[in-house]
Write a new protein. Sequence first.
Length: 434
Amino acid sequence: MIPRYSRPDMVAIWSPETKFRIWYEIEAHACEAMANLGVIPRENADAVWKAKDVQFDVARIDEIEAVTKHDVIAFLTHLAEHVGSDEARFVHQGMTSSDVLDTCFNVQLTRAADILIKDMEGLLAALKRRALEHKETVRIGRSHGIHAEPTTMGLTFARFYAEMDRNLRRLTVAREEIATGAISGAVGTFANIDPRVEEYVCEQLGLQPEPVSTQVIPRDRHAAFFAALGVVGSSIENISTEIRHMQRTEVLEAEEFFSKGQKGSSAMPHKRNPVLTENLTGLARLVRMAVVPAMENVALWHERDISHSSVERNIGPDTTVTLDFALARLTSVVDKLVIYPENMLANMNKFRGLVMSQRVLLALTQAGVSREDSYKLVQRNAMKVWEEGKDFKTELLADAEVTAVLSPEEIEEKFDLAYHTKHVDTIFKRVFGD
């Protein structure tokens, strides 16, 4: 990803320096395990560890690869330049390139998942704080973009919290599933390397041995990982879309924080645009873009091919870097979001009590009127509000068929806002616990 949408900790996971450091650790731990088993001399394994403080020369490795046309061989050649050719002769013994590449990739994805999980925890904290802050702030709920019935801003934040809490669990499961390694040799049979080497290397790297690696780690794990990231991206867009709607001039129930000196338009000085959530909507598309290629990587030829490789070299860093940035940006947006309770009430009252129509409908049916007739009575008065700008309660009180069934006091009671918020505590308890 470009620096504009990147944060340094996640970018560092995917740097060539980090990759080669992980490759080195895999090879060094494998040598140590083989020495422990008496397969190679201890002094050779110790010699490899003498390079533990070496800063591998990326340019030199690229120079070697230009000749060998093989990245792992280029790295091993460079490692031997530091360790010594004779001392390094047991490095990579019984291993294949995928042992290094796949194990390294999963270490990187696991580290990326740790950052994303921390990001999600930060976002959840911001959502919870805003939910509690606006637990009783009444706003109109909408279906199909049209006024429906009253809800609260707190419930909106609570809904997003619950969704992101599910995503936190998805990320946790995805991290667990991707945290496997393979040091099983050609076609994964361990013919030339003891399975205990794999167990040792994985233990040192915080991974679990892949049960059946067939020379590559099965890509259904990676498909599940990127699918989980794609769902998180969709949830980011879900929240962003709601904020963008609320910031529309005709709505203005909330808006992104507009800092001193900020400019909204190069042409129109009055503009305050929802640029951050629009940006997040676009970034969510990039995150989801990785899902289909990751799914298509599952079907490899026989024990292995490298059709997945070019895909993963792109989607690994790009998707995790993008999602890390997006989660941090969304957390900031939620944390600083400016809420306008007065505008929420004004919007709800724009159609003069119309949003209480269901309560009147239910009251008529409970008073003995058929549902069909009740619907007609309520709808004919509601349409006067839509088409003539009338007041809904006034029209109901003037309708003889309605007042023949409901008293003025009963009609008045149906316009009590508190009726719609009486179970907010119950919902909050479900979301946040006691």
